[in-house]
Ligand binder design. Structure first.
Ligand SMILES: [Zn+2]
Length: 431
């Protein structure tokens, strides 16, 4: 077989396309794709013995601002309005090197947490794309737009977004460029519609914040006479390319509108609760209406960790508790949200599950850890959702490349991490 081959032998595999349970087997990867799944181990250029540990599809984080990694611990315990004001101020003072090195750190944290692909919303996505390329993670990068009067970007945000999409659409299979809109509090109908036009022109997703706080709803009612989802629906903005983060404050008719227009949502429970938004998205109602629900960490400013295990567990607990019903959402559904539903949200059907001819974005979970004992076919998904933590991610593969093996980053990734830490310490460590 020509091309670089990698085998992951003797694994307990979860998340195989079309199969609901754990299977025992081996995987042959050629270049970036999974070529074969078999009961028998494979020979290959490189062989990883999974040693009966748990192999899962990598998590897809559908809402992040990875470059905000440096703001960890600097924006805590304040209201969203103050949070945004401070963030916009910090954003306006950033250099490309700061954004690049902060992104490297955020990506390292995501890889440690088993995230192999992320959807990002920020300006300067060209710099973040460089961090994606250098580290080898998969990025769905949306250049953020907003009304010119609110922006800290140089030039016109819509034009910047279009230039970014044009220059990066063929650059690397790891980078999928797209456009975003910050939110209804800084974007007019005109900005939303212009962003929609760009997304249609280039066939990209549109990533936005939507219905995050009651303040957002109240101000929108005051200024435009409609709730945010109603407003966006009335201008024809809701569409199948839309990935809407938060969607906490929705009424049932808005849930139906999202369903009708095939909008995907990103549930960011940790960020929402840390910012005290006071509500939980109507997840059961969305699921009943067929809305695609995926999961996101949000940024290090509001989460503060880029930890999908924490997000999955917290999402489950907060919903079960608020509805007085532990059966309202089960571990299989939560796992699906963090994997396959993420792939629908970013419109890439080659990730999110394990199968022949799927991209090799995989995570090996250590079952020798005390917190993962006992794991069997009966409780593997439950243990991923309710017991696992980033310390359990033994090996992480993205696009057929091993980025972390046996709990250690690849040489390249370790070098990038050290360099980034050095740069950030030297330039921003005020302690
Ligand atoms: Zn956000």
């Amino acid at each position: 077989m020509s091309g670089k081959t990698l085998a992951v032998n003797n694994a307990l595999i979860l998340g195989v396309k079309g199969k609901n349970k754990l299977i025992e087997g081996s995987l042959l990867i050629k270049d970036e794709f999974i070529k074969k799944i078999s009961d028998e181990p494979f020979d290959a250029d490189k062989v990883i013995d999974a040693n009966k540990n748990l192999l899962i599809p990598g998590f897809i984080n559908t809402h992040s601002h990875v470059a905000m990694s440096r703001f960890k611990g600097l924006l805590d315990d304040i209201k969203l309005s103050e949070f945004l004001e401070k963030t916009f101020k910090l954003d306006s003072q950033r250099t490309d090197e700061d954004i690049y090195n902060s992104s490297i750190m955020g990506i390292c944290e995501m890889i440690d947490s088993g995230i192999t692909a992320f959807a990002d919303l920020y300006y300067s996505e060209d710099i973040i794309a460089r961090a994606v390329e250098d580290t080898g993670i998969r990025g769905f990068l949306s250049w953020n737009t907003l009304d010119k009067k609110f922006t800290t970007q140089t030039g016109e945000p819509i034009e910047n977004a279009e230039n970014f999409i044009r220059s990066f659409s063929k650059r690397s299979s790891l980078i999928t460029p797209s456009i975003g809109v910050q939110g209804i509090y800084v974007a007019s109908d005109d900005t939303y519609l212009k962003a929609y036009e760009i997304s249609k022109k280039y066939g990209t997703i549109i990533h936005t914040h939507l219905a995050e706080t009651r303040e957002e709803i109240n101000n929108c009612m005051k200024e435009r006479g409609k709730r945010p989802v109603e407003q966006l629906d009335s201008i024809g903005f809701l569409n199948e390319n839309l990935l809407a983060a938060h969607t906490v404050w929705l009424n049932l008719s808005e849930v139906r509108a999202l369903s009708k227009k095939n909008v995907s949502i990103s549930w960011n429970s940790v960020s929402n609760e840390k910012l005290g938004v006071g509500g939980i998205p109507p997840i059961p109602e969305m699921m009943a209406q067929g809305v695609n629900v995926s999961m996101g960490t949000d940024s290090c400013g509001s989460n503060n960790s880029l930890d999908m295990f924490c997000v999955m567990k917290n999402s489950a607990l907060s919903l079960k508790n608020s509805r007085w019903d532990p059966s309202i959402l089960n571990a299989d559904e939560l796992f699906q949200m963090a994997t396959q539903n993420g792939s629908y949200a970013v419109h890439n059907n080659s990730i999110g599950s394990i199968g022949e001819n799927m991209l090799a974005d995989l995570v090996l979970i250590d079952l020798g850890a005390s917190n993962m004992f006992p794991t069997s076919g009966n409780n593997a998904v439950n243990n991923i959702i309710y017991s696992a933590n980033p310390g359990n991610t033994q090996t992480v593969i993205v696009n057929g490349n091993v980025l972390k093996e046996n709990f250690r980053f690849s040489k390249n990734l370790e070098k990038l991490k050290r360099k980034a830490m050095r740069y950030l310490r030297e330039n921003f460590n005020t302690i």
